[in-house]
Write a protein that binds this ligand. Structure first.
Ligand code: BGC
Length: 260
């Protein structure tokens, strides 16, 4: 077993759990603290530090972020406080928690987890994971390897960012029924199919819990479209996977001796 802590910063809650990154299973209780109003860096930092302290699990910590993350810096903030833009967030959070922290984009985390342990398990070639919520997040994975920060929710479509028109928030805002929303999501997916030809689209985010409402309406010519399987655990699992990859947890001396 190789256990790493994963933390998922979401719009309403910051959730964490210890994850066995070899199996993708949560191996301890999942804890959640409401996201502080406005999600400013200092407030989010305090919540992450409280969660990490509570788990008492040494080693690297993976944390998701709903924006671009490049080399530990948060570079966009479509749905969180603008003070995140340009911040060296890996360093900020590592200092706050006293352990090595690695951030990655929330959809990238969900994508890594779904592709390896969820709806994409066993699928080779190109897999595209899309999370429909407040915005639209995207993850592009080829033979298990992630191309980070694709940000395809911001693809320019019909004179706007696709997410302002086809996200779950847009569905609620425009009071669309599932068939009407699926029509929008379908034309967005058709465009992505043309650009990337994925073997498989995995549809995640809040709407994956209501898959029976939209699966009949969301089909494409070439790519298969399936609902995500890991639901709201995908971010936690993917964050832990990434942290374990970047900074493998120290093996117990017994395990190391066995290996040698
Ligand atoms: C952000 C992405 C994020 C997605 C889902 C978009 O607005 O730009 O980085 O993955 O929302 O949270």
């Amino acid at each position: 077993m190789s256990v790493t802590l994963g933390i998922d910063i979401g719009g309403s809650g910051i959730k964490g759990a210890p994850v066995d990154t070899l199996t993708g299973q949560l191996v301890g209780e999942r804890r959640r603290i409401p996201t502080p109003e406005g999600a400013a860096p200092a407030d989010v930092k305090a919540v992450v530090a409280e969660l990490v302290r509570g788990f008492g699990l040494p080693g690297p910590v993976g944390v998701t972020f709903p924006g671009i993350v490049q080399r530990g810096r948060t570079l966009s903030a479509a749905n969180v406080h603008k003070d995140w833009i340009g911040l060296d967030a890996d360093t900020l959070l590592s200092e706050a928690v006293g352990q090595e922290v690695h951030l990655l984009n929330d959809a990238d985390a969900a994508g890594l987890a779904e592709a390896r342990f969820g709806a994409g398990a066993g699928q080779d070639g190109t897999v595209m994971v899309l999370t429909f919520g407040t915005g639209i997040g995207s993850a592009l994975i080829h033979n298990g390897v992630l191309v980070p920060n694709t940000e395809l929710g911001h693809l320019w479509l019909r004179d706007k960012h696709a997410e302002t028109w086809a996200s779950d928030r847009a569905r609620e805002r425009d009071d669309l029924n599932w068939k009407q929303w699926s029509k929008r999501a379908c034309s967005y997916l058709q465009h992505l199919e043309l650009l990337f030809s994925p073997e498989l689209f995995i549809i995640g985010g809040g709407i994956s819990k209501k898959a029976d409402k939209w699966t009949p309406h969301l089909t494409l010519d070439r790519s298969r479209v399936v609902p995500a399987q890991l639901l709201n655990e995908a971010g936690i699992i993917g964050a832990a996977m990434q942290a374990a990859l970047l900074a493998p947890p120290v093996q117990s001396s017994r395990a190391a001796a066995k290996k040698a």
